[in-house]
Design a protein around this ligand. Structure first.
Ligand SMILES: Nc1ncnc2c1ncn2[C@@H]1O[C@H](COP(=O)(O)OP(=O)(O)OP(=O)(O)O)[C@@H](O)[C@H]1O
Ligand SMILES: [Mg+2]
Length: 236
């Protein structure tokens, strides 16, 4: 069985339909990249999967059980977590407190110290700065802290929106090294990435969203050579 099975997903904001029947399968241990133009519906897709937006119709099965329209905290408890674009940390709280707040679920709380150690191994800078206020961090450190906070809930599926947005190339590499390690440690990852080249280097499979539908999907190694992808997203 797949970890996540999304079937015919429709999402709208009021009367405006935004996702029109998205199908997506994610296997345990995969890294999936979601790419597409501005406003295509990538964020909406991730938010709907995390039960942060209502699903109009369709199913979102995690381990076979439909989680669509479940309260968000229950979806987190089941193992699906969303790291938002723009990081959304509590700027006046320390790094450590921001991280601890991610461990609010019943199944995560007893393991908080151990998970924190894992995150500090992934991102040593967070350990060095654990008492610093999150608002004083660089963009890269904030992204690391936001990913760390997501991991504190010990998710099975970690979804990260706009991984590299606004980050210096050297930091982008560090964050992607950490994502590879997160997968190696057993967490499945869906990421949204503006930089299509980087996305398809990091991911096993990719999907291209266009106007609220899956326009293309396949192994990243094939998608990066797809003529439509090259023309639309890789400037070739
Ligand atoms: N809260 C909202 N209320 C109404 N419309 C929204 C809302 N959020 C997004 N939209 C609209 O839904 C569509 C999809 O937006 P979404 O943010 O999912 O796209 P995206 O692919 O993540 O874009 P970007 O690359 O700019 O992050 C867009 O037309 C957007 O204007
Ligand atoms: Mg977005």
């Amino acid at each position: 069985m797949s970890l996540l099975e999304v079937t015919d997903l429709h999402v709208s904001y009021g009367d405006t339909d935004v996702l029109f029947g998205v199908d997506l399968t994610v296997n345990e241990g995969e890294i999936i990249a979601v790419v597409g133009s501005n406003g295509a519906g990538k964020t909406t897709l991730l938010r709907a999967l995390a039960c942060l937006e209502p699903v109009k119709s369709g199913t979102v099965r995690l381990d076979g059980a439909d989680i669509a329209n479940m309260p968000t905290h229950e979806a987190v408890e089941k193992g699906i977590v969303y790291v938002p674009e723009g990081r959304r940390l509590f700027p006046r709280l320390s790094i450590r407190t921001n991280l601890e707040l991610g461990a609010f679920t019943q199944h995560a709380r007893p393991h908080m110290e151990q998970t924190l150690d894992t995150i500090y191994t992934l991102f040593p800078i967070l350990k060095q700065r654990e008492n610093q206020l999150a608002g004083t961090l660089s963009g890269g450190e904030q992204q690391m802290c936001a990913i760390g906070r997501g991991l504190m809930s010990r998710p099975r599926l970690l979804m990260i929106d706009e991984v590299s947005l606004g980050l210096a190339p050297v930091i982008v590499s560090k964050v992607y090294e950490a994502i590879a390690e997160i997968r190696r440690l057993g967490t499945t990852v869906i990421l949204v990435e503006q930089n299509v080249k980087i996305a398809f280097q990091a991911a096993d499979r990719g999907i291209v969203i266009n106007h609220g539908k899956v326009a293309l999907e396949g192994p990243s190694s094939e998608l990066k050579d797809n003529p439509e992808v090259k023309k639309a997203y890789l400037g070739m």
